[in-house]
Design a protein around this ligand. Structure first.
Ligand code: HEC
Ligand code: HEC
Length: 203
């Protein structure tokens, strides 16, 4: 065997062609600068984790950045997203989805605990978030609902502010009111609870 070439035909209907994980890995080199070698990201607000994220969700986000619906000119320019083909985007997304950080090195999978009122966060989460992001914070990948418990809290904090400021649309609903009434303290509490659901923080 000379070269590892894995071509997968996923059963998910969004891929009209066979996805090529080897091509995805090659193309993803231009993402590693910010998202890390394995797509593990970093705890700062500007480097979300991609490894293990549902491909359909990532493809939708990349399109939103290209159209300017989510704002990130540095990413669009650095990775030449305007000239990258749809097939390459599919391959990159399938490649990142396939990465299991826990297998590569469990330390890469760690999410820092966010300080805050966990009990208040749990109450808010169970009332307003659980129905979609699930009781364990792992989302519903087939429905394009991302796992919050596997994402860095500082990045999530910023996203919730973006939803509040109408700079990003939550749940495909421009009228969404999920975050309207939340104070910064409520958001901190939510993140304290959400980060406590990360596998490395579960006792
Ligand atoms: C210059 C740095 C940079 C590069 C290069 C970059 N990104 Fe990003 N990416 C970011 C930042 C910063 C964010 C979060 C921005 C925000 O707040 O919306 C992000 C967000 C994302 C998200 C959304 C994550 C989520 O949970 O919603 C996806 C998907 C993504 N990037 C994919 C990619 C892919 C694929 C590539 C390579 C083709 C890439 N990025 C290259 C900086 C970068
Ligand atoms: C009715 C379903 C639904 C409910 C309820 C819901 N969400 Fe979401 N959430 C979604 C969907 C769908 C997305 C993906 C949005 C997209 O496609 O851009 C999302 C995305 C997010 C993101 C962005 C994640 C990322 O990686 O960028 C955050 C943060 C988030 N939700 C937090 C929450 C919190 C906190 C609550 C409760 C206060 C909540 N959501 C309630 C459906 C829901």
């Amino acid at each position: 065997m000379n070269r590892l070439l894995i071509t997968l035909l996923l059963s998910i209907p969004m891929f009209a062609h066979a996805v090529d994980l080897d091509n995805g890995k090659k193309q993803a080199r231009s993402c590693a600068l910010c998202h890390g070698h394995y797509g593990q990201g970093t705890p700062g607000p500007a480097s979300p984790r991609l490894a293990g994220t549902p491909a359909g969700y990532m493809i939708k986000q990349i399109e939103a950045y290209i159209k300017g619906e989510r704002i990130n000119p540095r990413m669009v320019v650095t990775s030449s997203l305007h000239s990258i083909s749809e097939e390459d985007v599919d391959d990159i997304a399938a490649y990142y989805e396939s990465i299991n950080l826990e297998k590569i090195n469990p330390i890469l999978n760690n999410i820092p605990l966010w300080p805050g009122n966990v009990a208040r966060g749990e109450e808010l989460y169970n009332g307003d978030c659980k129905s979609c992001h699930r009781k364990n914070g792992m989302g519903k990948s087939r429905k394009g609902i991302p796992a919050l418990a596997l994402q860095y809290p500082r990045y999530l904090f910023r996203q919730m502010k973006m939803f509040q400021w109408d700079k990003r649309v939550h749940d495909d609903d421009p009228e969404d009111e999920t975050f309207d009434e939340l104070s910064d303290q409520d958001i901190e509490a939510l993140l304290a609870y959400i980060s406590s659901m990360a596998p490395n923080n579960k006792k």
